[in-house]
Ligand binder design. Structure first.
Ligand code: ATP
Length: 194
């Protein structure tokens, strides 16, 4: 079974594209959602987070995401430390999940596929590309955030053009090109590999 990565910057349309693959019967592992789950349910990860960030990060056993975000999003080293704790466990969890899939191929959707080293475990990576001004407009609408807040998030991710160069395939989601034909073309290609 082929293991496919799906990545792109904030607001590029990763989730939107992933949902189209799901409608074709392709299973998708959403790294962000699973990381949130693991931070609340994986005892090894919980202990490591408490060790480095203190007891206050969990309230009544539940991760206080706002509090943790207030620590890591203003401090690059602390964000890197948190990622160094979560990434290996999410990568392992995604590998276990992949090994249980029976579809012709399965997809792992993650914003930090290259940064985390997760791309090394995958056969191909699809990048979802949208120019920055469109990504900002979409995220402003979706999350009700200011341009400044979105730009801060963008500045923490590797450059979008550089990221796309690392991908084997690129889906352009720029409000001009249709997504579905691009998804279908890749779907056909991946089925032919089996
Ligand atoms: P994040 O990294 O922030 O989770 P993402 O890359 O998964 O973002 P999506 O959540 O898929 O991006 O898309 C961001 C927003 O833009 C969503 O509200 C989505 O509905 C919208 N969007 C994505 N693609 C399009 C499109 N082609 N046309 C209109 N709206 C779109």
């Amino acid at each position: 079974m082929l293991r496919i990565g799906l990545t792109g910057g904030i607001g590029s349309g990763k989730t939107t594209v992933a949902k189209f693959f799901e409608t074709l019967g392709i299973p998708v592992y959403y790294a962000d959602d699973n990381t949130k789950f693991l931070m609340n349910n994986n005892e090894e990860l919980k202990a490591a987070i408490i060790h480095h960030f203190g007891d206050a990060v969990y309230k009544n056993g539940e991760l206080d995401r706002k509090y943790l975000a207030s620590i890591v999003f203003s401090n690059k080293e602390k964000l890197e430390l948190l990622n160094s704790l979560t990434h290996p466990i999410t990568i392992r969890d995604a590998e276990d999940w992949m090994s249980r899939q029976t579809a012709p191929y399965a997809i792992k959707e993650a914003a930090l596929l290259f940064e985390s080293g997760a791309a090394d475990q995958l056969d191909f990576v699809i990048g979802v590309y949208a120019p920055q001004h469109i990504r900002v407009k979409r995220v402003m609408k979706r999350d009700n955030l200011s341009v400044d807040e979105i730009m801060k998030r963008i500045s923490r991710q590797i450059d979008e053009e550089m990221k796309m160069k690392l991908c084997n395939f690129v889906i352009t989601n720029n409000d001009l090109q249709l997504i579905i034909p691009q998804v279908l073309e890749l779907h056909t290609k991946f089925l032919e590999y089996n």
